[in-house]
Design a protein around this ligand. Structure first.
Ligand code: SF4
Length: 285
């Protein structure tokens, strides 16, 4: 595992995501190393290959200092705008316990009196460390990605991330503390989770944490992601891999959407963006 401290040139970046105006990524790379991660392309900025994803983290040690300067450019103290931590890294991966860059950036936003929404998205219960700061932020929105209820599935696909059971516990705690939360159910994992019974368990477990808001995302199998995924899953039964290819069919997704909508109603959840998040279809059927 390679760790390097670097100085970034900027930190508050305009976003193309549907629910965020700006993103802050205090790290390049992510130790959690999820098999399906779309951010693996980030390696090109630091001379790494997609295959190296999970094996390096570049730490932007000047992130809080940069944010202090860049936040001043927003009009009206950012009223009506949203900032997401993070889009291409996990802001609470292990190194955050040491470097506290996400924490310092959040503190910066509090000190500045940022009036927009601060959203975080993580797979780690380390997010609980910063509850004191979230309470000081006027509009905070704390998201946990949860893709399975079975820890062996999360361990298989999200190698170094805290297991699903820890994330569910953390989400329950955040809800008990009265914080505004959401769960990101994505990607819907073909064969392992994207089936009626397994999804029912997953949605039920998420609802039982007291969480209301969810995003749901179909798996993104762009060519660079698929290449890495095939390598990471090289020992798996070929029939299982086939279900991953099928997941790119329109008909497969439509059936899955029906299950998702049924479960949204059953567990009285709020599906943000009003539909599952799509990526391009590879197949026509
Ligand atoms: S936690 Fe997020 S950024 Fe990190 S490897 Fe997994 S999907 Fe990628």
């Amino acid at each position: 595992m390679e760790i390097q401290e670097i100085k970034a040139k900027s930190i508050l970046i305009l976003s193309k995501l549907p629910d965020a105006d700006y993103v802050v990524n205090p790290y390049i790379g992510c130790r959690f190393g999820c098999t399906y991660c779309y951010a693996s392309f980030m390696g090109r900025f630091v001379g790494k290959k997609v295959a190296d994803w999970g094996e390096y983290v570049y730490v932007k040690v000047n992130a809080p200092e940069l944010l202090k300067k860049e936040i001043k450019k927003l009009k009206n103290k950012g009223r009506g705008k949203s900032i997401l931590f993070s889009s291409v890294t996990d802001p609470y991966q292990g190194l955050e316990a040491k470097y506290k860059l996400t924490r310092q950036c959040l503190e910066t936003l509090v000190e500045y009196g940022f009036k927009g929404t601060v959203s975080v998205l993580t797979k780690s219960d380390l997010v609980l460390r910063d509850v004191d700061i979230f309470k000081k932020i006027k509009h905070s929105d704390i998201g946990m990605t949860i893709t399975a209820t079975n820890d062996s599935i999360s361990r298989y696909f999200e190698k170094y991330a805290p297991p699903a059971s820890m994330r569910l516990k953390a989400m329950k705690k955040l809800n008990e503390l009265g914080l505004h939360t959401y769960v990101f159910i994505g990607p819907l994992l073909p064969h392992f989770v994207a089936k009626p019974k397994e999804l029912d368990e997953l949605f039920g477990a998420i609802a039982s944490t007291g969480n209301k808001d969810i995003y749901v995302e179909h798996i993104n199998l762009s060519s660079y992601i698929l290449e890495r995924l095939r390598r990471e899953m090289k020992n798996i039964d070929k029939n299982i891999l086939k279900t991953f290819y099928q997941s790119q069919d329109r008909s497969y997704r439509e059936k899955l959407n029906e299950i998702v909508m049924r479960l949204v109603r059953k567990y009285n959840l709020n599906l943000r963006l009003d539909s599952t998040i799509y990526h391009k279809e590879l197949n026509k059927n």
